[in-house]
Design a protein. Structure first.
Lengths: 415, 417
């Protein structure tokens, strides 16, 4: 089975969980004998033995007319209108280049990616199209139109998650909706997200399949103790510092925790548009000496951060899935997650709370720090549980979904 | 001759309310909570009384009036009797009516439905005595046969119970201990003189308690004539059929619409059609039948799960820590002589608290196998430890005031609040 997959990032060139999820899923799909062509908007220096990579800025493509559209796009994961502007204005681009090469705004970029999708559809051989999140949807729809093949649209996060159900960007929403409605089947990473897709995008339940994310634990080693923290207990926040991730609730809980457990220290790993606000909040609460801002971590540094922590907290306001708790648990770190997350549907051996219930969050943080047996029990059982959550099961689910569509193809042709 | 011997366990714990670190040092109510949820003890008592205790007691009374041969027994935990008294006196009255017929026996157990025998023998004896006193006060009878919490049992317990003056003790008829022997006879516990052990026939008990409404079971639906056929087959190779189960089987575990009440209603009549059959209470069984060899139980057994061991209440880090801390606190709590505090401390010994902290089903990914009023075993532990923490602070404050402990002593939590 040949799958043309539209993504937007891949480790180690990723800024969040989406790239990690794509890596885990594609690896496991390859094991199930799926041949994957993975399309990304931007060339990265990456070669993988389990699938073919294709880049939207591929200048070797034969079509001369389209060549000028194969840009080195500043389009990145988690882009939005603002960050796109910052991006094109800070990449030392010449004014002329800005005008002629890049789209005026992120929506034009999405359209450009779409036209490339059509091109790639023309030059690649595949049975099915699989697209990850809104930035790729137009490209996938174009590929579907050009090829007549079935399309699966996978939602890792909706606009409602990214904005914490606040001010939803209408244009992003429209593209998401177009992609979801145009797709032949929709995959969501949780029931939590399935409900949102039904409610906000009017997608009928029978068109949605839930495929939970999993964990790629082979790359992790056993827990190594870090002697950096001798007398302090470390509580970790790791993720993009954005509204969706609930950093402000983390700070509020930290303040209350310190009133009951003064020996705690709070490490924040990540960056994002709320970073400055978070630092200001910490300072104004007089917690500056209790917080360490570690910046965005990668690879081994991430692993070290988990292993150093006594507790990992993911207070997300709205988390379609959330891979970091699985990473934390596989590293032997007790984990506290918000109920407003897809991952809470698949793990039991962690603590759960409502993101807005700062008192409950504090109660659980203090209890893990205070009662060593709780720490040990969560550590042992959490690691055991997450070891069993491999990508094989979600990959099998995807293959089933592809086959469901191909079967339909045999029986009635495409629509 | 087959004697059918019914013993029904009736128990409700004082569940610990959601108790956070913010409550420590402030909130003195550990158990009550008006949440109308599965942590609200009064609400649960009401619910179970309506579905089970009141209708089942009514039916039992009818059966006792209709069949002069019909006999049953109960073991009522002390914390259950107390909650009846506190929340639903009409339930207590309905049990008293049954006992008044003279054909309903009450068994002995620990007042607090505790695991005290595993940790503190003296505490264990105090709780058994307390229970006996309460049964005497409420029902006017003195129990003669003992059953331990969750049928936790070994040779040593049998010896202890014999010493305390009981003539019989109840235990699980565990396959690995019985081997080729049948649970349908009495045995002498190894190392005892004259006490007799009554063994639960778990197959025939679980047919009613667990499998009755299971449509995947080959024997479903279980009719009264079919069941009595099985019972009659014991004639000639057994003397007593010990049917031991939770009383909540009727109406709560097996809902009314499964037909469980109708099953119970017609069982005595059908069973008594065979003139060789009769009903006996546990102490009558002990008086009527001799022992047939020994029941040798060195390691603890229980009636729980497939394992029939202690792994539902002990074994993981949080269960063992919670249990160690509550018993460690004992000496100081008793030293205060404060009855309110001692009673609270003992209510925290009820086995259910540790059951809610069990993670073995989580490990199998089979979370739905058991019921837990808390969101997870970890949350059960957190509320429980926070409560213990508060209790310790109060106890130490009293002892410091009296000069029994030094001012700087901060207790086993080592945390000042």
């Amino acid at each position: 089975m040949k799958v043309l997959m539209f993504g937007w990032e891949f480790p180690p060139f990723n800024s969040g969980g989406l790239g990690t999820a794509c890596e885990g899923l594609t690896k496991a799909l390859a094991k199930q004998n799926a041949e994957i062509t993975f399309v990304m908007p931007k060339r990265v220096d990456l070669s993988l033995d389990f699938m073919k990579l294709s880049f939207a800025d591929d200048h070797t493509a034969s079509n001369k007319i389209m060549r000028e559209y194969y840009f080195n796009s500043p389009l990145q994961a988690y882009s939005n209108e603002e960050t796109y502007e910052i991006c094109i204005n800070t990449e030392n681009q010449t004014e002329e280049k800005k005008k002629t090469i890049y789209g005026k705004d992120i929506y034009e970029e999405v359209l450009r990616y779409a036209s490339v999708g059509e091109q790639i559809a023309g030059r690649e051989d595949f049975d099915i199209i699989h697209a990850h999140d809104w930035l790729t949807f137009k490209a996938a729809l174009a590929a579907k139109k050009a090829s007549g093949k079935f399309m699966v649209a996978q939602i890792h996060a909706t606009e409602f998650d990214r904005t914490g159900n606040g001010s939803v960007n209408q244009r992003v929403y429209e593209i998401e909706k177009e992609g979801l409605q145009g797709a032949d089947l929709v995959i969501t990473v949780s029931n939590f997200t399935k409900q949102k897709v039904m409610k906000h995008y009017g997608i009928p339940e029978e068109k949605i399949r839930v495929v939970h994310n999993a964990n790629d634990f082979s790359e992790y080693t056993i827990r190594q103790l870090n002697d950096l923290k001798k007398n302090k207990k470390v509580v970790l926040f790791l993720g993009r510092i954005t509204l969706q991730k609930g950093p402000d609730y983390f700070v509020q809980a930290a303040k209350k925790t310190l009133e009951h457990y003064p020996n705690a220290i709070f490490v924040v790993a990540g960056s994002g548009d709320m970073e400055n606000q978070m630092i200001r909040q910490v300072a104004s609460l007089g917690l500056a000496d209790k917080f360490i801002f570690a910046g965005f971590l990668r690879g081994d540094d991430t692993k070290r951060a988990y292993q150093m922590a006594d507790l990992y907290v993911m207070p997300s306001v709205s988390e379609p899935f959330g891979l970091t708790p699985l990473e934390s648990m596989i590293n032997g770190t007790p984990t506290l997650i918000s109920n407003q997350s897809g991952v809470s549907e698949v793990v039991d051996n962690c603590l759960k709370t409502d993101f807005w219930d700062v008192d409950d969050m504090t109660n659980k943080i203090v209890s893990v720090l205070r009662y060593n047996e709780l720490y040990k029990c969560l550590q042992t059982n959490g690691t055991e549980e997450v070891k069993k959550l491999t990508w094989d099961k979600p990959a099998r689910r995807c293959v089933d979904i592809y086959e469901e569509l191909l079967e339909k193809n045999k029986n009635g042709g495409t629509n | 001759m087959v004697s059918m011997c019914f013993y029904f366990q009736v128990h409700q714990p004082y569940r610990v309310r959601k108790y956070s670190i913010f409550d420590i040092g402030k909130e003195k109510e550990y158990f009550s909570d008006d949440s109308g949820t599965d942590l609200d003890n009064k609400w649960i008592m009401n619910k179970v009384a309506t579905k089970c205790y009141l209708p089942t007691n009514k039916l039992m009374l009818e059966l006792l009036e209709k069949h002069p041969e019909f006999k049953i027994s109960f073991s009522l935990s002390g914390v259950f009797m107390e909650q009846m008294d506190e929340f639903m006196p009409e339930v207590l009255e309905s049990f008293q009516k049954l006992v008044k017929t003279g054909r309903v026996e009450i068994l002995a157990e620990t007042y607090y439905h505790s695991l005290a025998f595993l940790h503190d023998k003296e505490e264990f004896r105090s709780q058994v005595k307390m229970h006996g006193d309460t049964v005497k006060k409420l029902f006017g009878i003195t129990p003669q046969v003992f059953r331990n919490t969750e049928l936790i049992y070994n040779n040593e317990l049998a010896r202890e119970i014999e010493e305390m003056g009981y003539k019989g003790i109840i235990a699980e008829g565990a396959d690995h201990l019985l081997g080729w022997k049948s649970p349908n006879f009495l045995y002498k516990p190894t190392g005892t003189e004259k006490i007799k052990v009554l063994l639960k026939n778990y197959k025939m008990s679980d047919d009613i308690a667990f499998r009755f409404s299971n449509r995947d079971w080959a024997e479903w639906p279980l009719t009264v004539p079919k069941y009595v056929d099985w019972v009659n087959a014991i004639n000639g190779n057994g003397e007593v059929l010990n049917l031991f189960m939770d009383y909540e089987t009727f109406g709560e575990h097996q809902w009314e619409d499964t037909g469980i009440f109708e099953f119970l209603r017609y069982l005595p009549e059908e069973f008594l059609k065979n003139p060789d059959n009769n009903f006996k209470t546990p102490s009558e069984v002990v008086d009527a039948y001799p022992t047939h060899g020994e029941y040798d139980c060195h390691n603890f057994i229980s009636w729980a799960d497939i394992e029939r061991d202690l792994s539902a209440w002990t074994g993981n880090e949080i269960q063992d820590a919670a249990m160690a801390k509550v018993y460690h606190l004992g000496e100081k709590v008793l030293q205060t002589g404060n009855h309110g505090l001692i009673h609270k401390w003992r209510k925290l010994q009820t086995s259910d608290h540790f059951y809610y902290m069990c993670t073995k089903w989580f490990a199998d990914g089979d979370v739905h196998k058991y019921f837990n009023p808390y969101n997870s075993p970890y949350e059960a532990f957190i509320s429980y430890m926070n409560v213990l923490h508060d209790l310790e602070i109060e106890v130490l404050d009293i002892l410091k005031e009296r000069g029994f402990v030094k001012k700087e002593e901060s207790g086993l939590f080592g945390i000042s609040v």
